[in-house]
Ligand binder design. Structure first.
Ligand code: ZN
Ligand code: ZN
Ligand code: ZN
Length: 339
């Protein structure tokens, strides 16, 4: 993530909608990938110092849970992130506005990274058949009144379904422990599921799918059988030599999604480290960035241990995973999809 400042000079953050120093209104402009200070012209009509005219995202106006701006002449009242929503939580449930806010905040971080990487972010529910959409749903574990007994977070045909109970720390940590995972966050879910979506966009029907299969394996292998085997037998004992996580060992599609998620973790964290002066800008290619990250993540973990916290990045990047991350990088950089 970049570092942001209000027009008055005060450091501000990605989720801020007010400057605590000058009191000005702030919004995130997804075109410039920057926080801007805005003045109200009339009603929901705002402008910045350059006289660019905006409206606040409709979710900001109605629910106060978004700080992204929409150009005033856009026919859509929702920002680039919120217009991806197909299903939002039932807001009559008293816990759901809070859960939804957590999900939207993480989703905006995902969308920021996708835009910064130059990837297309188009809304399936706004008429783009190959676009992306989100269903935020609950099951009977958090709400006995809904139809679904059990909703798994997953991706299918451009729709990312997230069980909103993942926004509850107690639930999410409980699942993490029961699944013996090292890391489970809402942002991590979004990054992982977006990997499945962009596999369809960038890899599945492109010549590069052969490079993918040479490194990751054949994604056409029986998925249900592979997941059942992983669930019953656990990962192979040497998974740490070939995969970024135990779950990645379950199937080539999951290996891709896990590796994609780590590509986003690594590039975002390095951007943040450089923005805050914790790391020199990395000169050179992606391999140099990966070397820098491997060293930096050790310092990051030590800082967490100094606070009595769990490791921030409890992963080791082996040589095979480094090659897979390099392929993810090459595919993103080489993407010719129109934005
Ligand atoms: Zn200010
Ligand atoms: Zn929004
Ligand atoms: Zn997956």
């Amino acid at each position: 993530m970049k570092r942001f400042n209000c027009a008055c000079g005060q450091p501000v953050f990605f989720d801020n909608s007010r400057c605590l120093r000058c009191g000005g209104h702030l919004g995130f402009d997804p075109e410039r990938l920057d926080i801007v200070r805005i003045n109200q012209a009339s009603g929901n009509h705002w402008s910045d110092a350059d006289a660019t005219e905006f409206k606040l995202c409709a979710n900001s106006v109605a629910h106060g849970n978004c700080n992204w701006l929409v150009l005033v002449y856009d026919t859509d009242d929702y920002c680039l992130s919120c217009r991806l929503n197909r299903t939002i939580p039932n807001l009559d449930h008293p816990e759901n506005p809070r859960r939804w806010r957590t999900l939207e905040s993480a989703k905006r971080r995902l969308v920021y990274s996708l835009l910064a990487l130059g990837l297309p972010v188009q809304s399936k529910v706004r008429g783009w058949p190959l676009g992306l959409a989100f269903d935020f749903v609950e099951d009977q574990r958090s709400n006995p009144d809904v139809a679904d007994a059990f909703v798994l977070t997953h991706h299918a045909d451009g729709v990312i379904t997230l069980n909103i109970h993942e926004a509850d720390d107690v639930v999410r940590v409980g699942v993490r422990e029961s699944m013996n995972e090292r890391y489970r966050t809402v942002l991590g879910h979004f990054r992982h599921e977006s990997g499945h979506y962009y596999f369809q966009q960038l890899v599945a029907f492109a010549p590069v799918v052969e490079d993918f299969r040479a490194l990751f394996g054949d994604e056409r292998n029986d998925y249900a059988a592979a997941l059942e085997r992983a669930y019953n037998e656990g990962p192979p004992p040497d998974w740490g030599d070939r995969y970024i996580s135990a779950y990645a060992a379950s199937h080539p599609s999951e290996d891709w999604a896990e590796t994609w998620a780590h590509y986003l973790h690594i590039t975002d964290c390095l951007e943040t480290a450089v923005a805050f002066g914790l790391h020199e800008p990395v000169a050179g290619d992606f391999a140099a960035a990966l070397t820098a990250w491997s060293a930096f993540s050790i310092s990051l973990n030590e800082i967490n241990r100094s606070l009595g916290l769990a490791d921030a990045y409890p992963f080791h990047i082996n040589e095979v995973t480094a090659d897979k991350l390099q392929l993810v990088h090459d595919i993103i950089v080489g993407s010719t999809l129109p934005r």
